[in-house]
Design a protein around this ligand. Sequence first.
Ligand SMILES: [Zn+2]
Length: 345
Amino acid sequence: MRNRLEALCRDGIAAVAEAQNADALQEVEVHLLGRNGALTAQLKGLGKLSAEERPAAGKLANEVKQALQKALEDRRAAIDKAELEEDLAGNGIDPTLPGSPMPVGGVHPVMAVARELEDLFSSMGYVVWDGPEIETEAHNFDDLNIPGDHPARESHDTIWMEDTPEDGRLCLRTHTSPVQVRALQKFGAPLRVVAPGRVFRQEAQDATHEHTFHQMEGLVVDKGIGVPHMLHAMNSMLEGIFGRKLETRLRPGFFPFVEPGFELDARCPFCKSGCKVCKGSTWIELMPGGLVHPNVLRAAGVDPEVYSGFAFGLGLSRMAMLRYGIHDIRWMMSGDLRFLEQFPA
Ligand SMILES: [Zn+2]
């Protein structure tokens, strides 16, 4: 029996090696290991052996089975590989060529500027924070010292939502400034935070006005904060965006949530003697800012006798337009691929 099993193994492996395709291999497998195959026939003979001979013969039969299975498996893999290569060559396909390019999206110019500024401010220890785009009237106006009779509350400036029983009057936030209060309520003082995001205005659209655009709010609250700290933060930011120092100036400006309030202008980065962008003045108005009004600190639960701070609001859309020389803000949210494809990833 031992000889017969050894012969079966030897002949079986030779037959497997000779099979030239999947069908032939299948036939060999059935012949060797099938229900009426050669090995099964041998196994049936085990019963006729004496009790002493049986264990060794059984063990050998098992080894033969495993060797044949292994040979079949290897041969099948080799045939599959050869068939695939033949297929590819027959169809004129070269599997070593690179694939066809997939269309990939790019980074929107506003997001590109936002990410750079987030990196810059993170490196100066600021938290990057966000607030909801549907905001309560209290957060958007009252907490920022904007009184009930302020014209910004009129429906021709603000997009109001339906009232809710829990939060009262809701609007689409008209600026990122509510995040000042939200961040202070969340983290307390001292705090450094920037808040980029979308804002909404009820606005007649033209080349410089859009109902949806992006801002970035900056806020620093600590002991002994003053105007020089604010100027340093604003100038660092401009240097980060334009890659060089720009000459800047402060003008007085009124915003209810700061006291004193300023407008920061920068020397036009595009000209020396006046151009379209600066409207011939060589200065461009870049961002409002000021020292945080005590009423705003109080609304956020911070004691204005202990802490002071500065805040500024940067038009991200406007900054991206300046950076990339875009002359109409309506392109920014247009979703027009002819525009977007000019800003590759
Ligand atoms: Zn200019």
